[in-house]
Design a protein around this ligand. Structure first.
Ligand code: C2O
Ligand code: CU
Length: 459
């Protein structure tokens, strides 16, 4: 592994004991109040001003919601922000009315109003929640948090750490840079930040013991950044993707790609010696950047390889009976839209660009009146995705997980978000087991805003 370029920084005295997250009260009791509220937090290093955010209960990320598989989650969302909002429970195979999508599953929660979410949690794993209203702005300002559903039997690890990976675009005064509808961002790679955050800080550090086994739940909550991650001083396995356990743990590759909204659960053993630090590193063109640091003490010996996590309920995908639909992704910089439909009206690319629309699915900009497909309950749907654009996209289906149909015809792991590179043609398939109207969109939030959204109906 090439030596990463790590910034030298002082670990502040208090940081070595930074708690992972406070855990909310048991979810089956009275509803938990989640207040969407303005707040201020130190995001930039000491010496810079604190940053004004929109938070859930006063902090970024929002409190980790913990529940047991099979429980119900009951939360009351109180909107004390100046914009309407709604919370989406990303990756949960949820009942449709609780999906948190204004305009499809609920009315937006007006400033000053409340909404009660109450839904079952069928699957164990690593999920997250975020605003699904004016998301490009509200998620960036801080409306995001982890949702952890515990397996009935806790796996054998010494520490369970949730790391929410984000970036943020700050001004020199450490304020969130405005201009969320910036046409350059929308038509290119989306809004990228100029600082990298883990759990809302640029200086995430966790004490660990040599030889200990950690469960790392990595969540990409960034607006548009694709993280390319490597580990130093830690060795282990990929256990789950987008919440869903792999049938067999997979040895950690050198690099893990995590597209916006994707999650990966790792089990890693601490191999660095006491007194050394171990690292989670994000690699980009400019080198390696420290995403989190692990302060190693003690001495211990590693355990044998872990068994897989227990499987979640299965909704088998039957490719022999599958109905095929096509989804062609078009537009963006260097492959500009010529013409597309918006709300039933054909417009040329220039007219669309003037109103901040740059992308289309099957010739439609934004959510069309008709669904991409209307599926019967239990039917297998196979979607051929064609990325004719010059940009990567993170395609997310609400309400159901899908599997990629690999070139050899086998099904890949279950996911809820798929990274499509420029020029890619890839097939995914899912069993339409969850009735309702479900969004299917690019999770690069600016791309969604600028046209990349459709939906599927399950009868
Ligand atoms: Cu994270 Cu439409 O969702
Ligand atoms: Cu996109």
């Amino acid at each position: 592994m090439p030596q990463p370029r790590l910034s030298r920084r002082q670990i502040l005295a208090g940081m070595a004991t930074l708690p992972a997250f406070p855990s909310l009260a048991q979810a089956n009791g009275t509803p938990q109040l989640l207040r969407l509220m303005p707040s201020t937090q130190q995001i930039a290093p000491e010496g810079y001003p604190a940053t004004d955010l929109w938070t859930i209960n006063g902090r970024l990320p929002g409190e980790a919601l913990h529940a047991a598989q099979g429980d119900r989650l009951r939360v009351t969302v109180q909107n004390d922000l100046p914009q309407p909002s709604a919370l989406h429970w990303h990756g949960i195979r949820i009942q449709n009315t609780m999906d948190g999508v204004p305009g499809i599953t609920q009315d937006p929660i007006a400033p000053g109003a409340r909404f009660d979410y109450d839904f079952a949690l069928p699957d164990a794993g690593t999920y997250w929640y975020h605003s699904h209203a004016q998301a490009i702005e509200q998620v960036e300002r801080g409306l995001q948090g982890p949702l952890i559903v515990n397996e009935a039997e806790a796996p054998d690890v010494d520490q369970d750490l949730t790391l929410m990976l984000d970036d943020m675009r700050l001004t020199r005064e450490a304020a969130i840079s405005e201009g969320f509808d910036n046409g350059h961002d929308l038509s290119h790679g989306g809004r990228l930040g100029n600082v990298l955050l883990t759990n809302g800080t640029m200086q995430a550090a966790y004490p660990v013991q040599q030889g200990n086994r950690l469960r790392l739940r990595l969540i990409n909550s960034a607006n548009a950044r694709i993280f390319t991650l490597g580990l130093q001083g830690l060795r282990g396995w990929i256990m789950a993707l987008d919440g869903m356990p792999l049938p067999a743990p997979q040895n950690l590759p050198d690099r893990i790609t995590l597209a916006p909204a994707q999650r990966v659960d790792l089990f890693v053993d601490v191999t660095a010696a006491a007194g050394e630090d171990a690292f989670l590193i994000h690699f980009d063109r400019d080198g390696g950047f420290e995403q989190a640091r692990f302060l190693v003490s003690g001495a211990g010996t590693a355990r044998p390889a872990p068994p897989p996590l227990p499987p979640n309920p299965d909704f088998p995908i039957d490719l022999t009976q599958a109905r095929n639909v096509d989804l062609t992704m078009e537009g963006g910089a260097m492959a500009w839209l010529q013409k597309a439909q918006l709300d039933g009206v054909a417009l040329d690319g220039r007219a669309l660009a003037q109103i901040g629309k740059f992308w289309a699915f099957n010739g439609h900009v934004g959510r069309p009146a008709e669904p991409l497909v209307t599926a019967n309950l239990g039917e297998t749907i196979r979607v051929t995705l064609r990325n004719t654009t010059r940009w990567p996209h993170a395609m997310h289906l609400h309400g159901m997980h899908f599997a990629e149909v690999l070139p050899d015809g086998q099904l890949g792991p279950l996911r809820d978000t798929l990274l499509m590179q420029p020029g890619d043609t890839r097939d995914i398939a899912f069993q339409a087991h969850n009735p309702g109207d479900w969004l299917f969109h690019c999770h690069m939030l600016g791309h969604h805003m600028a046209g990349m959204g459709t939906w599927v109906r399950v009868l």
